[in-house]
Design a binder for this molecule. Structure first.
Ligand code: ADP
Length: 482
């Protein structure tokens, strides 16, 4: 790694690696080996990071689009150059498999290259006034400092999304990575922007020990310089943060969980649907907010679908994410393993059929498929994410009834419909109460340019260039010229 030793880490504040008096251990979810000793930040260090971002804001906001573009393009090149080192880091810190890690590197570089041109987007309008001799201008302005909470699951890419979207529109950023992935979800991004030559204070990263998130992030809610809170994580934590943001009258962007149902209609291409479900459900061990948690399949093709899916899923190699051919790595911690096991046990105890999986070695849990799950089982009701490799398949006779059932969830992130009839698929998609819906595709959107985001308990705000709405505000200026 550049600039720092492999194990002992600092904060990144005002363009320098700021040592901390205390550290905490970050360990490999596969075997508990030590990955890093990260800085256990304090409120004072978070205050310093916010102050640095505030001070850097006028300079960053007024940089020309071309200067900002050059920096983002350089950061994209450095990210690609460090591909192997990032893949290794994601495996040991978060249990991420090679394929998903590599994909995150490509997606991140892609996002930076797109964001590099957003400084050239129109930044206002000229309006006619009803007052003779007066011209009105609407100017799009950055907000100021945006504070981000970055998650451990899609750690590398989701941290970039939290950093790049606000920065591309002229804001400066302070992030607080998850205590489970301080290096992959913040410090490595700081290394890359540092090497690319981003101005001091434009990005600041403060890490913290488990149980100390609230004390550290008080700095974000209490500083008038912070204009928006950008959180990716669970709706449970989002409710706590939203209450605090409400009290402080700060804007928020929330990218939360999802249930992400898929409907497989009787005219669907079964093989295509099987591939999309196998990928959508078990991608990153089911620890992504867009993972498919439940599939509704037409009764006439149900048994064939389940048999083909079980064969494919049963063939997924689980174990050390760095080992050749392994696609299913460990779950992030013991709590995740316990939750997955208890959800499966609860369903089986109530009469569900275990089609494949159900076993666990250490924290490596086999991808698991359940059918015939009674409606009394919580995991099938769409009200909670298991965040593990568990998929429920349910047969239906009436597609419209299945559609209504699939919508009956507090979440509204993603959904998918598999059908040979594109018109029918689009008609159903138009009625789906989610931020994303895919006809004949997996529930994972997977492109940096497309606006990911949810409705209902899945959050507020959109990625891609639509994030201009989240990270800028409009100012009216008038000129009266007689
Ligand atoms: P998880 O608990 O699965 O890590 P969450 O989405 O619940 O994920 O939390 C995401 C991050 O939010 C955590 O890593 C933690 O640092 C932070 N967090 C949790 N509780 C609070 C809180 N009360 N105040 C501020 N931050 C918090």
């Amino acid at each position: 790694m550049t600039n720092q030793t492999v194990t002992e880490r600092s904060h990144y504040i005002n363009g320098t690696w700021a040592p901390s008096a205390r550290h905490f251990d970050v360990s490999n979810p596969l075997d508990d080996s030590l990955v890093a000793r990260a800085a256990a930040g304090t409120r004072a260090e978070a205050d310093a990071a916010v102050a640095a971002a505030d001070q850097a804001f006028p300079g960053w906001a007024s940089l020309t689009p071309g200067a900002r573009q050059a920096l983002f393009l350089r950061a994209a090149d450095i990210t690609e150059r460090r591909h192997d080192d990032i893949v290794h880091l994601l495996a040991v810190e978060t249990g991420t498999g090679r394929a998903f890690a590599s994909y995150q590197v490509r997606l991140s570089a892609n996002l930076m290259r797109q964001a590099a041109s957003w400084g050239y987007l129109p930044c206002g309008d000229i309006l006619r006034s009803d007052t003779p001799g007066r011209t009105a201008m609407v100017q799009r302005k950055p907000l100021g400092v945006v504070a981000g909470f970055t998650p451990w699951n899609g750690a590398f890419f989701l941290a970039w999304r939290t950093i790049v979207l606000p920065m591309a529109f002229g804001n400066t950023v302070v992030i607080k990575p998850s205590e489970l992935a301080p290096v992959s979800a913040g410090l490595i991004q700081a290394e890359i922007l540092h090497e690319a030559g981003f101005p001091a204070g434009s990005l600041n990263v403060v890490t913290h020990a488990p149980g100390e998130a609230a004390a550290l992030s008080d700095a974000f809610f209490e500083s008038p310089a912070v204009r928006s809170i950008n959180f990716t994580g669970s709706d449970r934590t989002a409710r706590i943060l939203a209450a605090r943001a409400g009290q402080a009258l700060k804007r928020m962007v929330l990218e939360l969980g999802g249930y992400n149902p898929m409907l497989v209609l009787d005219d669907a291409d079964v093989d295509h649907a099987v591939r999309a479900v196998n990928f959508g459900a078990f991608f990153h061990q089911g620890q992504i907010c867009m993972n498919t948690r439940k599939v509704y399949v037409a009764q006439s093709i149900h048994d064939d679908f389940v048999a083909r899916l079980a064969e494919r899923t049963g063939g997924l190699l689980a174990g050390d994410p760095l080992a050749e051919g392994v696609v299913v790595g460990p779950l992030i911690n013991d709590a995740a393993v316990a939750l997955t096991k208890s959800r499966i046990r609860d369903a089986v105890d109530q009469g569900a059929t275990l089609v494949t999986g159900g076993t666990c070695e250490g924290r490596v849990h086999a991808p698991t498929i359940l059918t015939h799950v009674p409606d009394t089982v919580r995991a099938t009701q769409g009200c909670e994410e298991t965040f593990g490799p568990l998929l429920i398949v349910e047969a239906f006779d009436d597609a419209e009834a299945a559609f209504q059932k699939a919508q009956d969830t507090p979440y509204g992130l993603s959904a998918a419909i598999m059908t040979g009839d594109a018109a029918k698929g689009l008609e159903m998609a138009s009625r789906m109460d989610t931020g994303m819906v895919h006809v004949n595709g997996a529930t994972m959107a997977g492109e940096a340019s497309l606006p990911n985001g949810g409705v209902k308990d899945s959050g507020w705000g959109r990625s891609g260039h639509y994030a201009v709405e989240d990270f800028t505000e409009l100012r009216l200026a008038t000129l009266t010229h007689g």
